[in-house]
Design a protein around this ligand. Sequence first.
Ligand code: NCD
Length: 362
Amino acid sequence: MRSVIDTVDLTVEELDGIIKTACDISENPQKYAEKCKGKKLATLFFEPSTRTRLSFEAAMYELGGNVIGFSEAGSSSAAKGESVADTAKVISHYADIIAMRHPREGAPYVASKNATIPVINAGDGGHCHPTQTLADLLTIYREKGRLNDLSVGFCGDLKYGRTVHSLISALSRYTGIKVVLISPKELKLPVYVKEGVLEKKGMEYVETTDLEGAIGTLDILYMTRIQRERFDDQAEYERLKDSYILTAEKMQKAKADTCVLHPLPRVNEISVKVDEDKRACYFKQVLNGKYMRMALILKLLEDAQNGVEKKEDESEYLVNKLKCTNKKCISQVEQELEHKFMPTEKKGVYRCVYCESEQIVK
Ligand code: NCD
């Protein structure tokens, strides 16, 4: 079965195809109004969400399909102790496709291994969020006319901001991308993205704490919220929460055609005044997200119908030899889940297949 857990599950050609379909949907919505007639999307949201869940639901309705699901873990059998694997097996009998959001990193991956229908990761803990990336890519493409040769600044919570991790991983497949990482030192990009994506792919990048110093060099400025719910120490959140606030004054230092993105929800990291600036593209991003989710649902249902399979080469995996130390990994709680690690380019360093955190084997 073909699922999308991370953006790398889609080839660049497939991404281009999804962008093309999304553009066509936005121009000819009527053409798509009955494409999913008789099909059901299950939205399994174990963690709060407004726009992602509603965006998936709106996407399915606009394709003529139906939606079932829940919007908080308390109203599902997870509250009774049901595993993610069992939930996925059960829902496979009720729906044609699943969109899952879960606070545990790797939960949608576990679901995809147990479901007989496609699973879309709608955000797993601080790990990744591929459909937000689809919204980001379409917005960049529509605003800039290209996905190559761009200077892209990421600002805010780069540690827990899963949308940042997924977008960097997607951009690593295009050429001429320069990444500027702007964050407090406590909220720097995780090693698995820095080494596993930026360095592995030989991408040009710099790290800085200075937004004002960097803003004038950027084609894209991707602002993010400090992710309060992912902090173990709330005092640290309080200390860091106002690290960056993009104001109309700071925008004066940006290029005339810099495009400002934000996955939303915004807290205070972009002043409301900036909304009037024509370079502010975050509300367009919301609409683009719906079109891209429509295009993705169509593609995955088509692949499922055509029996397209994704084979994972597990031959070099370490199975039950290491235990993941990431407290937020699904492997900490899911019953009888095998602990699986894949080798990395670094000798003796293995990566958890669920949450991608790294462990050294002595
Ligand atoms: C993001 C998320 O859920 O990670 N929001 C979204 O999907 N639109 C960003 C965030 O919550 O800050």
